[in-house]
Design a protein. Structure first.
Length: 652
C-alpha cells in the first residue's frame, strides 16, 4: 500500500511536467506550422501529432525521475488518514471560497480605473487570513508535498485572477487586439502579413480552442493567470528544494508573491513569454538534462522574440560555462566574448530594424536611460497623509525600485559568499549583456508609437534583468526564512505578520489603483462603449470613421473585427484610432484637446476618403463637459448612450 501511494505521489508530481512538455511543443510546432502554412483544423491535427511523437521520442531523456524532492518520511506517516491533520486545509478552503465568491459578486461591465473600486474591502482581510492559514498548512508535516503545492497554486490563482474576473468585458488594451487577431485566424486560418512574433501564443490558444471548445475570449482572459498559478509555485519550490529540506522551501514560493506580480494578471504574448523565461531559467538550474531548458527557451522565442532571444543566449552561456573544463582556454575565451557581444547587440539590432532601419531613429538622449531610475527615491507625498494604511502601502510602493535593487545586491553578495554552483554565473553573464542592450535600445525611436510609449520596449529589458535575478532572490529569501525559523516564537510571529502584510500589499499594488496617492488613469472598456460602437454601425449609411479613445477603439475591434481598413497615403488605417500612434489618433487628440472642429474632422475624412465621421466622447474624461458642449454646437447631430458616452456625427 505504501509503495502504491509513493508511486502515485511521484506521478502526481510529474503531471505538471507532462503538461508543460505538451504546452511547449504545441507552442513551438504551432508557431512553425502557422508561419509556414496556417492554423486550421489540419494544422491543429498536425501540431498534436508532432507533439505526441516528440513525447515518445524524448520521454526517456526527460522523464527518467522526478527532480522534485519528495519527503518519503511524510509519505510513510500517512498509513492512517487522520482528519485532524487536515483541519487547516478545510479552514483554508472555506476562506478561499468566500474570498473568491466576493470577487465573483463584484464583476462589472462599467468603465473602471481599478478593480478595487468595486471589490469589498473585506476581500483583503480574507486574503490575509487565507495566507496565514496557508503558512499553518505548510508546517503540517503529515500533509503531502503534492497537497501543499496544489494549495499554493490555488493561492497564486486567486492572486492573479482578480482582473480577469472583475472586468466582465476585458482588462487592458493589448488583450483585445490579440483576441480579435486570433478570432480572425480561427475564422480564416491566418492573417496577413504574418509577423515573426506572437505566433506561439496564437498557436497555443487556437489549438486549445479547437480541441476543447472553450471560447478564445475565455482562454485569452485566463491563460496566463492559470498557467502562472500552476507552474510558478512549482518552479520556486524546485529551486528551494535544491538547498533545503526544511519547511521553508514551501514558504519561499508563498513570500515571493511580495515582489508583486503585474505581468501575470493578464494574457498577452509578452506576459506569457515572461512565464516561460522563468521556467526556462528554473529548469536550467535544477535539471541535469539541459534539453528541458532548450525546449522552454525555444517556446519562449516562439511566443515573443524580445524575451526569447535573451533566453536562448542564456541557455548557450549556461552550457558554455558548464563545459568550460572540456574546452581549450583560448577557444572558451573567444566563445565567451563572442556570445556576450552577440547577446548585447542582437536585441538593439532587432529593435532598430523594427524602428524603421534608419539612422534617424537613433536619437542619443540619456534621459531615456535615467528616466527608469528617477522614481527610485520618490518621496511619499502629503496627499492622504491621514491614512496610516495607505502610508504603509505606498512607503513600499514608491520605493519599490530601491527595495528591489537592495534585495538583488544583497542576494549577489550572499551568492559570492556561499560560492554557489557555476550555473548561477550564467545569470550574471546574461544580465550584463542585457544591461548593455538596454542602454543602446533606449536610444531607438519607434516612428509608429506615440511619445509616451517610446521607451516601452527598452523598459521591458529591465524586467528581463529582474527575472534573471530571481534565482538569487529566491535563494536569499529561503536563507532568510530558515534563519527566522530558528529564532524564538515572538520573533517568528513578528516576521510572519510583516510577511503576510507584504503579500497583501503586493496584491493591492499589482493591479491598477485609484486612491488618495495614485491614479492609474486608464479606464476599462465598458458595456456603454460597446453599445456606442453598435449604435454607430447600425446608423451609418456609408463607409465611415469614428474618432475615439483607445478603449472605445478596442470595443470596435471586439465587436466588428478587422474588416474595416481604408487605403490612405499614410498606409492602411483602421476606421477607429488603432494604433494609438496612428494618424487618426492624432486627429482625435486635436478634437478633444484643442476643439472639436469641423475642419479637423474634414481632414480625417479626406485622409480616409469617407463621407461620414463620428466623434465619441466618454463622460469620464476630465474635460468632457467642455468638449461635449462645443461639439453639440458644431456637429450635424448628436446622441448619448446612457448619458455616459456621447456620439457626434459630422458630415461634409
Amino acid at each position: 500500500m505504501l509503495k502504491i501511494r509513493e508511486k502515485l505521489n511521484k506521478i502526481s508530481l510529474n503531471l505538471p511536467e507532462y503538461l508543460l512538455f505538451a504546452l511547449s511543443f504545441i507552442i513551438i510546432y504551432g508557431a512553425i506550422i502557422y508561419f509556414l502554412y496556417a492554423l486550421n483544423w489540419l494544422a491543429v491535427i498536425l501540431t498534436i501529432l508532432l507533439t505526441i511523437s516528440s513525447f515518445f521520442v524524448l520521454r526517456k531523456y526527460l522523464f527518467k525521475k522526478s527532480d522534485i524532492a519528495i519527503n518519503n518520511a511524510n509519505i510513510k506517516e500517512k498509513n492512517k488518514i487522520n482528519p485532524s491533520n487536515y483541519w487547516p486545509c478545510l479552514i483554508y478552503i472555506f476562506l478561499y471560497a468566500i474570498t473568491f465568491y466576493l470577487i465573483l459578486l463584484d464583476r462589472s461591465n462599467r468603465a473602471l480605473i481599478s478593480p478595487w473600486q468595486v471589490v469589498n474591502s473585506s476581500f483583503f482581510i480574507l486574503y490575509a487570513l487565507s495566507s496565514l492559514i496557508l503558512v499553518l498548512i505548510i508546517f503540517k508535516n503529515k500533509i503531502s508535498s503534492t497537497s501543499k503545492l496544489v494549495i499554493l497554486s490555488a493561492h497564486y490563482f486567486l492572486s492573479f485572477s482578480v482582473a480577469a474576473i472583475i472586468y466582465k468585458i476585458g482588462y487592458g488594451f493589448d488583450p483585445f487586439i490579440h483576441q480579435a487577431t486570433m478570432e480572425l485566424i480561427d475564422k480564416k486560418g491566418l492573417v496577413t502579413p504574418k509577423p515573426f512574433y506572437y505566433l506561439g501564443e496564437y498557436g497555443l490558444i487556437i489549438v486549445l480552442h479547437k480541441l476543447s471548445g472553450l471560447s478564445i475570449y475565455l482562454l485569452n482572459k485566463f491563460l496566463v493567470p492559470a498557467l502562472a498559478a500552476i507552474f510558478l509555485p512549482l518552479a520556486s519550490y524546485r529551486l528551494a528544494s535544491r538547498n533545503s529540506s526544511k519547511p521553508g522551501r514551501f514558504l519561499t514560493p508563498l513570500f515571493l508573491l511580495a515582489l508583486t506580480f503585474s505581468p501575470f494578471i493578464a494574457t498577452t504574448p509578452q506576459n506569457l513569454s515572461y512565464l516561460f523565461l522563468i521556467l526556462a531559467v528554473t529548469f536550467g538550474l535544477t535539471k541535469t538534462n539541459p534539453l528541458w531548458s532548450l525546449i522552454l527557451s525555444l517556446a519562449t522565442l516562439a511566443i515573443h522574440p524580445l524575451t526569447g532571444i535573451p533566453t536562448l543566449a542564456w541557455w548557450l552561456s549556461l552550457n558554455l560555462i558548464d563545459k568550460a573544463d572540456k574546452i581549450k582556454k583560448n577557444t572558451y575565451r573567444f566563445l565567451k566574448y563572442f556570445l556576450f557581444a552577440a547577446s548585447a547587440l542582437i536585441l538593439p539590432l532587432a529593435l532598430f530594424i523594427g524602428g524603421g532601419s534608419n539612422l534617424k531613429t537613433l536619437q542619443w538622449n540619456f534621459s531615456f536611460i535615467l528616466d527608469p531610475l528617477k522614481n527610485m527615491f520618490n518621496p511619499l507625498t502629503s496627499a492622504g497623509a491621514e491614512s496610516w494604511l495607505l502610508n504603509f502601502v505606498y512607503f513600499f510602493y514608491y520605493n519599490y525600485a530601491l527595495w528591489l535593487i537592495l534585495i538583488i545586491s544583497a542576494s549577489l553578495i550572499w551568492f559570492y559568499q556561499k560560492k554557489q554552483k557555476p550555473k548561477f554565473k550564467s545569470l550574471i553573464f546574461i544580465n550584463l549583456a542585457i544591461l548593455i542592450a538596454f542602454i543602446i535600445s533606449s536610444q531607438i525611436v519607434f516612428t509608429d508609437l506615440i511619445n509616451y510609449e517610446q521607451t516601452n520596449f527598452a523598459g521591458r529589458l529591465l524586467i528581463l534583468i529582474t527575472i534573471f535575478c530571481l534565482p538569487f532572490i529566491s535563494a536569499s529569501l529561503q536563507n532568510l526564512i530558515d534563519l527566522i525559523l530558528s529564532q524564538e516564537k515572538l520573533v517568528k510571529i513578528v516576521w510572519l505578520t510583516f510577511g503576510i502584510a507584504l503579500i497583501t500589499i503586493s496584491l493591492y499594488v499589482s493591479y491598477p489603483r485609484f486612491d488618495k496617492y495614485f491614479n492609474s488613469r486608464g479606464y476599462s472598456t465598458s458595456q456603454n462603449d460597446i453599445l456606442a460602437v453598435r449604435l454607430i454601425n447600425q446608423e451609418a449609411k456609408a463607409p465611415y470613421i469614428a474618432l475615439a479613445n483607445q478603449q472605445v477603439s478596442v470595443a470596435a475591434l471586439k465587436e466588428l473585427g478587422f474588416d474595416h481598413y481604408y487605403n490612405t497615403p499614410a498606409g492602411p488605417l483602421y476606421f477607429y484610432p488603432i494604433p494609438t500612434g496612428g494618424q487618426l489618433y492624432s486627429y482625435y487628440l486635436d478634437m478633444v484637446y484643442k476643439n472639436p472642429s469641423r475642419e479637423t474632422m474634414a481632414q480625417a475624412r479626406a485622409l480616409t476618403g469617407v463621407k461620414e465621421s463620428y466623434l465619441i466622447v466618454n463622460k469620464y474624461w476630465f474635460e468632457s463637459a467642455k468638449v461635449i458642449n462645443e461639439a453639440k454646437l458644431r456637429a450635424d447631430s448628436w446622441q448619448t448612450v446612457n448619458n455616459e458616452v456621447y456620439i457626434f456625427k459630422y458630415l461634409p
